[in-house]
Each structure stands twice: as C-alpha cells, then as structure tokens.
Design a protein around this ligand. Structure first.
Ligand SMILES: N[C@@H](CCC[C@H](N)C(=O)O)C(=O)O
Length: 270
C-alpha cells in the first residue's frame, strides 16, 4: 500500500499469526531481494478495551516505532477493504496512544493524530529548557531546528528551496544526533505562503521517503507555533499532497490524505 508515495507492506495479524524478527522485517522491506517498503505495518487485535485494533509499525531497518501517519490512513483503508470493520471511524491503539482514522466519502482518510508534545523529555530531546527553536551542531555546520513529538520524534528546519536542501547529508547526521537519544526524523520545510509548504523528510530507520505523515503534522505545528502558518495547511511532498489542520494549544492535529492498495500476495518467510 502507499499513502502519498510512502509505501508499506501490511499484514493481517488477526487471522494469521505474525511474529517477525528484525532480520525478517529488513528482508521484506528490501527493494531488491524482498518486497520493498519504507515501513511494515501489523493489523492486530487490541490489548485495550477502548480500541478496535492495535497498530504496530516497523521501519525498514527492522526497528519498531511508535507512530506513522501515512500508515494510519493505509491501516484504515486495509481494515475497511478486508472487511475487518465496516465502521467509518475506528479507534486504533498505537505505542503512543489512541488515534482515530476516518474514511471520507471521496476515499481519502482523515486521522486525528493526537496532540503534539513540545516537552524535551517527551520527544525525547536533550535540552536545558523547552524552546521554539534549538541550535543543533552537525559535523561542519550548525542548523536551527524545531523539535517536537507527534508520538514519534521530529526535528524540523526551514529551508529556502526544498530542491537544493541538504537532505541526504544533513538528514543522516540529524537522525543520529546525540541530542536525540531515540534518534529522530529530520524534516526540511519550505514555506510557500501561510497555507502552503513543501516538505522533504529523512526518516529515522528508512532514509528519505516520498512523504511522511507525522513529518507533515510536525512541520505544520512547528510553523504555526512560530506564527508562520495558518491553522490549515496544504503540504506538498514528492509523493502527493496532505492537508494538515491544527487549532493550536492542547488541540489534536488532523491529517487528511490518500491511502491506496497496490498489490496483494503471500510471502514464505521460511
Ligand atoms: N512514514 C511515517 C513515519 C514512520 C516512522 C518514522 N520513520 C519513525 O521512525 O518515527 C509517517 O508517515 O508518519
């Protein structure tokens, strides 16, 4: 499946037992020797009474992570198309709390992604106090970032031109920066106007992807927090457009975008 070009291998782990180790995840995610994907998603029975499903996410490097926005939209499309739920909105348990994907009449999916968190301890990010921006020392340069959590950690910087941004060089350094003990997703945002940004994200555990849903939420929240953006913003990524809405304060972030099924099959993991 894919959501704006961020691609996933999705497993029904309700009707079959799926237990994957990191090596098997890396094999499935491998674009040459496996199936190929940015993330692998498991659709499981919930462990909480207030949820309909449990959603587990593994990056292409085999590591399990807390949240994935584009994946959340594909999760909704998957449970609907597979007949696992006929509800228009479902409650999904993730490692960072409950999210609520909703199927729209036009086939897009809207997700209540929960509240952003700015407290450095909750990101987690090592800083003496919470701030709107921080200076991050890289190998040969210092970059200014905003840091926040959308359930998973994000470092967002503002760039003049997304096409010439140093995504590959800086992305890998930011991802592994010691200031982020659990590593971080590195976003590069070009502000077009108050309702439009362009975004590239070097994802933790996956490298640059065509789109990152939580990265889009984090970039818009960072821009709104600095009064650079309006509450509703169109985020143009290399794989498609996402609409992000945040009313500020303790309000949740809403994300709307596509979710497409591409291919179904079986794989023997031996
Ligand atoms: N592509 C995702 C984010 C997937 C997880 C991320 N790489 C992390 O490690 O936190 C999205 O659409 O949000």
């Amino acid at each position: 499946m894919h959501g704006a070009g961020n691609d996933f291998v999705v497993f029904d782990a309700i009707h079959q037992q799926v237990e994957l180790n990191a090596e098997q995840v890396r094999f499935i995610a491998d674009r040459h020797f496996g199936v190929g994907c940015d993330q692998l998603l498991l659709v499981e029975r919930p462990t909480r009474k207030d949820a309909d499903f449990r959603y587990r996410i593994f990056n292409a490097d085999g590591g399990e992570v807390e949240q994935c926005g584009n994946g959340a939209r594909c999760f909704m499309r998957f449970v609907h198309d597979k007949g696992l739920s006929q509800e228009g909105e479902i409650r999904v348990e993730t490692a960072s709390g409950i999210i609520r994907p909703r199927l729209e009449v036009d086939g897009q999916v809207t997700v209540n992604m929960g509240e952003p968190r700015f407290d450095p301890d909750q990101i987690p990010f090592i800083a003496s106090k919470q701030a709107l921006t921080y200076e991050l020392v890289l190998e040969d340069e210092v970059v200014e970032i905003s840091a926040l959590s959308m359930g998973n950690p994000h470092a967002i910087q503002y760039v003049e031109d997304i096409e010439t941004a140093a995504v590959a060089r800086q992305g890998a350094q930011i991802e592994a920066h010691p200031g982020f003990p659990n590593k971080v997703n590195a976003g590069f945002m070009q502000i077009v106007d108050r309702q439009n940004i362009r975004l590239r994200v070097y994802e933790r555990g996956a490298g640059e992807t065509l789109s990152c849903g939580t990265g889009a939420c984090a970039a818009v929240v960072a821009g709104i927090s600095r009064d650079l953006l309006d509450p509703t913003v169109q985020v143009a990524t290399r794989g498609g457009v996402l609409t992000i809405h945040w009313a500020g304060g303790g309000m949740p972030v809403w994300m709307t975008g596509p979710a497409e099924n591409v291919f179904e099959g079986e794989i023997d993991l031996g």
